[in-house]
Each structure stands twice: as structure tokens, then as C-alpha cells.
Design a protein around this ligand. Structure first.
Ligand code: HEC
Ligand code: HEC
Ligand code: HEC
Ligand code: HEC
Length: 164
């Protein structure tokens, strides 16, 4: 028996050794970090727009009990759905935060990487499309109304007028 399994284990071992190292683990830094660079009025004050929009207020829609219920938290709070080890400053009460849409920021948030779009995208930055939204905007939500990407994305727009 052992003799039969050993070569197999050996082959599995070889495979394990050949698999490339897993990508660095990106962690969630929280909206306050993004605010440092993304809250200037001439550049579109993204933080302020987000904080006044529906996503930053998503925890306020829940009662005290619901705010502890994983069934609600998974769509109403970015931090609540993240493993403890991946939280690097993000809080549950900030609701649906930047990083639900733009990806966890620990590796892309530095100025040198952020200034270089390619590097930022390679370090976890996401420029979201409809697929990102419908992870939460779907019928699993009992309050689901409808979802029209064009209409909904316009309601949360936070463009930088100095770009494009
Ligand atoms: C140290 C400053 C800094 C921090 C912190 C920072 N950014 Fe940026 N970000 C930039 C700069 C600089 C650019 C390049 C565009 C520009 O000049 O405004 C940029 C660009 C972006 C873009 C547009 C990318 C593109 O090319 O279309 C997104 C989206 C973005 N940042 C999201 C975030 C999010 C989310 C966070 C927090 C997790 C964050 N940033 C933190 C400085 C920063
Ligand atoms: C992590 C889950 C999540 C993701 C991802 C998400 N949303 Fe939301 N969104 C919510 C929740 C929860 C609410 C309700 C907030 C509240 O009122 O409590 C909401 C509310 C909204 C509203 C307000 C709707 C209304 O009735 O006024 C708009 C607009 C919206 N989202 C657009 C988007 C768009 C566009 C995307 C993708 C780019 C997106 N959302 C991605 C969870 C999410
Ligand atoms: C699959 C994701 C998801 C889950 C799970 C979820 N929600 Fe939501 N919730 C949303 C979205 C998205 C909206 C925005 C409504 C829309 O535009 O469709 C929302 C809106 C709301 C609203 C605001 C309704 C309004 O229009 O003013 C309340 C209140 C709410 N949810 C409570 C809850 C509670 C309580 C739970 C847990 C039992 C829960 N949600 C679970 C995604 C979710
Ligand atoms: C619900 C999803 C969602 C959330 C939350 C969100 N964004 Fe965005 N963000 C988008 C979408 C969609 C775009 C447009 C992407 C594109 O142009 O391809 C965008 C674009 C941007 C851009 C580029 C603007 C430009 O014109 O170049 C920046 C910078 C940015 N977001 C920063 C932030 C910051 C900082 C936060 C949190 C304070 C945040 N976003 C929260 C969905 C989101």
C-alpha cells in the first residue's frame, strides 16, 4: 500500500514545488486611507461623494440586531465580509466601502504605484463594471428594486474632472 502511494506523493510534491508562489495577499485598508489622496475638490472629492452616497450609509439602514447578522452584513458592510487577517484599518461601520468596488488597497495605495495605472491594476486595483455591482444588487436582497447599470452608476458617480 505505502509503496503504491509513495510515488504518488512524490509526484504531488513535485507539482507543489512547481506551482508559482501565490500572489501577495491584498488587505483592506479602509476609506480613511483613500481619503488622504482622494478628497480634493478640484479632483472630484471622491471620498466626500462616497460618504454622502448610499454605500457609506448602508449600515445605518440596519437595526441593532440586523447589524450583527451575517446575512445582512455580507452586502451592507465591506469589512464584515472579510477575514480578520485581511483587515488593515477598515471598519464595519463604514458600510460598503471603496474597496468593495476597487479591490483591497494595501498594495496599490502608495503614491508611486497609484500614479502608474498598470502597476496599480497589477497590485489589486479594480476599475469596476456591472459584474461587481450585481454581487450585491440582486434578488437575494429582500429590498431589491431593480438594477440598471447605467442609471445606478450615474447615481454614485465620482469622476475626476481633471482626467479623461
Ligand atoms: C498616496 C495617495 C493615494 C492613496 C492613499 C490612494 N490613491 Fe488612488 N490614486 C492616487 C493617484 C495619484 C492616482 C492617479 C490619478 C490622479 O493623479 O489622481 C490615483 C488613481 C486612482 C484610481 C483611478 C485609476 C485609473 O487609472 O483610472 C482609483 C480608482 C483609485 N485611485 C482608488 C483608490 C482607492 C480605492 C484608494 C484607497 C484604498 C486609493 N486610491 C488610495 C493616489 C492615491
Ligand atoms: C458590497 C455590496 C455592494 C456592491 C458591490 C455595490 N453595492 Fe450599491 N448598494 C449596496 C447596498 C447595501 C445598498 C443600500 C444602502 C442602504 O440604503 O442601506 C446599495 C445602494 C446603491 C444605490 C442606491 C439605490 C437607491 O435605491 O437609491 C445605488 C445607486 C448603487 N447602490 C449603485 C451601485 C453600483 C453602480 C455598483 C457597482 C459599481 C454598486 N452599487 C455596488 C451594496 C452594494
Ligand atoms: C445580496 C445583498 C444583500 C443582502 C444579503 C441584504 N441586502 Fe439590504 N440591500 C441591498 C441592496 C443592493 C440594497 C439597495 C436596494 C436596491 O436598490 O435594490 C439594499 C437595501 C436595503 C435597505 C434599504 C431599503 C430602501 O430602499 O430604503 C434595508 C433597510 C435593507 N437593505 C436591509 C437589509 C436587511 C435587514 C438584510 C438582512 C436580513 C439585508 N438588507 C440583506 C443588498 C443586500
Ligand atoms: C459602489 C462601487 C464604488 C465605490 C463604493 C467606490 N467607487 Fe470609485 N469608482 C466606481 C466606478 C464604477 C468608477 C468608474 C470606473 C471607470 O471609469 O471605469 C469609479 C471611479 C473612481 C475613480 C476614478 C475617477 C476618474 O474619473 O478617473 C477614483 C479615483 C475612485 N473611483 C475612487 C474611489 C474612492 C476613494 C472611493 C471610496 C471613498 C470609491 N471610489 C468608492 C465605483 C465605486
Amino acid at each position: 500500500m505505502i509503496a503504491k502511494i509513495l510515488p504518488l506523493l512524490f509526484i504531488l510534491g513535485l507539482f507543489a514545488a512547481k506551482t508559482p508562489a501565490p500572489p501577495a495577499t491584498y488587505k483592506y485598508v479602509g476609506a480613511a486611507k483613500c481619503k488622504m489622496c482622494h478628497n480634493k475638490p478640484p479632483k472630484g472629492e471622491q471620498y466626500k461623494k462616497w460618504s454622502q452616497g448610499p454605500h457609506a450609509k448602508a449600515m445605518k439602514s440596519l437595526s441593532a440586531d440586523e447589524a450583527k447578522d451575517p446575512k445582512c452584513l455580507k452586502c451592507h458592510s465591506t469589512a464584515a465580509g472579510v477575514d480578520a487577517g485581511l483587515k488593515m484599518g477598515i471598519t464595519v461601520k463604514e458600510g460598503v466601502s471603496c474597496e468593495s468596488c476597487h479591490g483591497p488597497g494595501s498594495m496599490y495605495k502608495s503614491m508611486t504605484i497609484m500614479k502608474n495605472k498598470e502597476k496599480a491594476l497589477a497590485s489589486g486595483l479594480i476599475l469596476p463594471d456591472e459584474k461587481v455591482c450585481i454581487k450585491c444588487h440582486n434578488k437575494e436582497s429582500k429590498n431589491f428594486k431593480s438594477f440598471n447599470y447605467k442609471e445606478y452608476v450615474a447615481k454614485i458617480a465620482h469622476p475626476d474632472p481633471t482626467r479623461k
